[in-house]
Design a protein around this ligand. Structure first.
Ligand SMILES: Cc1ncc(COP(=O)(O)O)c(C=O)c1O
Length: 465
């Protein structure tokens, strides 16, 4: 009763039905009129007074003078707040999540994830840590997970790494945002691969950086001496083990050159090593970070492909030269969360379940890629060139310019297919950036034939003269 009376009076005051300065009825009179107890009225008045809706004075209880929110009609007419320029530059070309996931790049085989094992690992983490892990954790991440990751990276990726250098993040995306925040000022120059990862572009935009696209060829990121002389950047974003999305491996000559020039110009390199666990051809390619001692490289990794995307766990390995300086700001910026997931993941890695899962997935993806290539050979009736495939979860198919990739990707979505247009990854679209990025991670092999037949029809139908 007290709450109802309070709410009615508050609404009347906010709507202006009870004008500023007017006296409310005395508590006794109102209690009698409403047949409720006087205590109820007094309690409601008291609460309104504490909140500042009314002010008691010698004569009684008066409605306070408030700047009321505009009416709904006036609110609707108010112009939306303009986006800050750095955010307005971020344009999404990603298909909405509810779109069919078939052929969508970047998604691992969700139905093959060992969910029951993961549930047991989570249960064990909760059982072992008990309620102590409900509180904030180490802002840089659970020590157990940082140790597991450091061990794993030194063995599997040749990363020079100590647990103290590892920062646990919400996926690779938060790691990229942190690199921008920690190392740049607005207006600084950032080089990024073109075509390249949209998440990296968005991270650079959000820091108001001047993005300079750098082309890629069969040896990965192309940078000339002239580029270094004329526009040395603060930050370089690269995917050296598996260029996203074109698929090249950055040659060792270019890696060494990039590191040497970065040292000379005090540039930091972000190495995004997002899916190199799934190497399908030849020996694994070591990380650029481990190529030389004290490389000016921030190594970024993610569990989105090796585990599952909604886990939202990734990591950043800071160069030794930065950790002393960065520990304090990082400790203030970050909060240690997802603690049970982090502890479960540490156990998953240490017990060998992670490696076993990766081996199974590597076989599955190799088979899926093989089936996708066969389906393309048999059913794709448009001239095309397939690139990539030595690694990861996608193939890139270049198409002649008269088959515009965005029109094909849009039409494909209406048929439940979600390949990405290659040109949507390009900063300076060129004719060779026309094609489709075909994800095979989360699509069953037997579906490729009918899907590619359909995609071939869609592509033919999208032809412009
Ligand atoms: C190049 C690249 N980096 C990183 C990621 C993973 O990002 P996150 O860990 O934020 O899910 C992806 C996912 O598609 C990617 O393609």
């Amino acid at each position: 009763m007290q709450r109802q009376l309070h709410d009615r009076l508050k609404d009347a005051i906010l709507a202006g039905r009870l004008a500023p300065g007017c006296l409310l009825p005395g508590s006794r009179a109102l209690a009698e009129a409403l047949s409720i107890s006087r205590n109820t009225v007094t309690a409601a008045y008291n609460l309104l007074a504490v909140e500042g809706y009314v002010q008691p004075d010698r004569k009684g209880t008066r409605v306070a003078t408030l700047i009321r929110p505009p009416s709904r009609a006036r609110r609707a007419a108010q112009p939306a707040v303009p986006l800050p320029a750095r955010l307005a530059r971020i344009q999404s070309t990603v298909p909405p999540a509810e779109a069919g996931l078939a052929l969508r790049p970047g998604v691992p085989a969700l139905s093959h994830f060992p969910l029951a094992d993961w549930r047991r690992a989570i249960d064990r983490a909760i059982h072992r840590a008990g309620s102590s892990a409900l509180g904030y954790g180490d802002p840089l991440g659970e020590p157990a997970l940082r140790t597991s990751i450091a061990n794993y990276l030194s063995l599997a990726r040749g990363v020079r790494c100590d647990p103290a250098l590892v920062v646990i993040t919400e996926g690779a995306q938060e790691a990229l945002l942190l690199c921008v925040r920690l190392l740049t000022n607005p207006g600084d120059i950032a080089w990024i691969e073109d075509p390249g990862y949209r998440g990296a572009k968005a991270a650079m935009h959000s820091g108001d950086l001047r993005i300079v696209p750098k082309q890629v060829d069969a040896d990965g990121l192309m940078v000339t001496e002239k580029d270094w002389r004329s526009q040395p950047p603060s930050l370089i974003y690269t995917t050296p083990s598996h260029q996203y999305p074109a698929g090249a491996v950055l040659s060792v000559a270019r890696r060494l050159e990039l590191i040497a020039n970065a040292r000379r110009h005090r540039t930091w390199i972000i190495e995004d090593d997002y899916d190199s666990e799934y190497r399908h051809v030849g020996a694994p390619i070591g990380a650029m970070q481990g190529l030389v001692d004290q490389a000016p490289v921030l190594y970024v990794g993610t569990f989105s492909k090796t585990m599952f995307p909604s886990l939202r766990l990734g990591f950043l390995v800071l160069p030794e030269a930065l950790i002393a300086q960065m520990r304090e700001p990082l400790t203030e910026i970050l909060r240690g969360g997802h603690r049970y997931e982090q502890l479960a993941l540490a156990e998953f890695i240490d017990s060998g379940e992670f490696s076993r899962h990766l081996s199974r997935m590597r076989r599955l993806y190799r088979d899926r890629q093989h089936s996708l290539r066969e389906a393309l050979t048999q059913h794709m009736r448009v001239p095309h060139v397939i690139e990539g495939g030595n690694c990861g979860l996608h193939l890139t198919m270049r198409l002649p310019a008269q088959y515009p990739d965005r029109a094909i990707a849009d039409a494909a979505q209406r048929h439940g297919l979600a390949p990405a247009a290659l040109s949507s990854f390009a900063l300076q679209p060129r004719s060779q950036h026309n094609g489709l990025v075909l994800g095979y991670g989360n699509t069953s092999a037997e579906l490729f034939s009918p899907m590619i037949r359909r995609l071939s029809q869609i592509t033919l139908g999208a032809k412009v003269s």
